[in-house]
Write a protein that binds this ligand. Structure first.
Ligand code: NAD
Ligand code: ZN
Length: 268
């Protein structure tokens, strides 16, 4: 690892007035949750991106629910990894203002991050397309083999969808507004584990730079904003952030938390 870059980044973190982090699926791969765009992110040879849309839910519901069932099977046992832990610690030490995430796994909160902005909703709940009520995700974590097995809303019989933002759906307005506000105010903005291929989240680092922030990108593969970044580190984000915590002399995790396991008992 390039220790000079870590030292320089640590210096910037110490000096920053408003440090903001944007995370993506790559922040959770070290917890065993596959991302969508790495080669290992594919599912039964199917590109998940083709399945995470409203039209896929309506046209290919069996495959859609089976794909989400696979995601749940990873989710229930998943624990925060050093990425989540170090970010929570940075915030506790007063060095990091906010985490904005495209992730839907709840692992930042499990590690102790406060006020996390979830741009794409949460996999820990599901919603009725007809009455809009929300329920624990366990209602759709069922074996769907045919149209007859498709889970239904207990209140109105409507179709249930995961509590995540699908393609062809707008982002929650309050979350995107808060994220834009954070990006605009930031003077240091770090992208962690995101291909930055999904909009409008991928515009946040651009907005931050336009607002005068210094940009860093911790991602295994190149992104379209790398040329605007002062730090580009293509190594596992957990290792990079652990090295950053050591350089800053802060704990690598927030202690005295419960297990950090959101398990099945506490979806939502
Ligand atoms: P993505 O799959 O498009 O990109 C992930 C990026 O992370 C890749 O560029 C990959 O090279 C990088 N990466 C993987 N492991 C890494 C590591 N250990 N260290 C550093 N980089 C690493 O994900 P995205 O940009 O977040 O966009 C995809 C969408 O996928 C989002 O909308 C998100 O909601 C959804 N998603 C979420 C989860 C989750 O909540 N854990 C998992 C899969 C997909
Ligand atoms: Zn309903």
């Amino acid at each position: 690892m390039d220790q000079d870059q870590i030292r320089d980044l640590a210096q910037a973190v110490k000096q920053a007035r408003h440090f903001v982090v944007l995370t993506g699926a790559g922040a959770s791969t070290e917890s065993g949750l596959p991302d969508f765009r790495s080669k290992t992110g594919l599912w039964r040879g199917v590109d998940p991106v083709s399945l995470i849309s409203m039209s896929a839910l309506r046209r290919r519901p069996v495959e859609f629910y089976q794909f989400y069932r696979m995601r749940f099977s990873h989710l229930w046992g998943a624990k925060p990894n050093p990425v989540h832990h170090v970010l929570a610690s940075l915030q506790k030490e007063g060095l990091l203002k906010r985490v904005i995430t495209q992730n839907v796994d709840g692992l930042h909160q499990a590690a102790g991050s406060e006020g996390v902005i979830e741009l794409h909703g949460s996999l820990r709940e599901c919603l009725c397309l007809d009455c809009g009520r929300s329920f624990p995700a366990r209602l759709i974590d069922v074996d769907v083999q045919s149209a007859a097995d498709i889970p239904r809303c207990p209140e109105c019989g409507g179709m249930l969808k995961p509590g995540v933002v699908l393609f062809e759906e707008p982002l929650p307005a309050d979350a995107i507004e808060a994220a834009i506000d954070e990006a605009t105010q930031s003077d240091l903005f770090l992208v962690v584990g995101s291909s930055l291929e999904v909009g409008p989240a991928n515009q946040l680092p651009v907005l931050a730079v336009q607002s005068g922030a210094q940009l860093g990108v911790l991602n295994l593969t190149p992104t379209f904003v790398d040329h605007r970044a002062r730090w580009v580190i293509r190594e596992k984000a957990g290792q990079v952030l652990t090295a950053l915590a050591a350089e800053l002399g802060i704990p690598a995790r927030v202690e005295n938390r419960s297990t950090g396991d959101l398990g099945e008992a506490t979806p939502g």
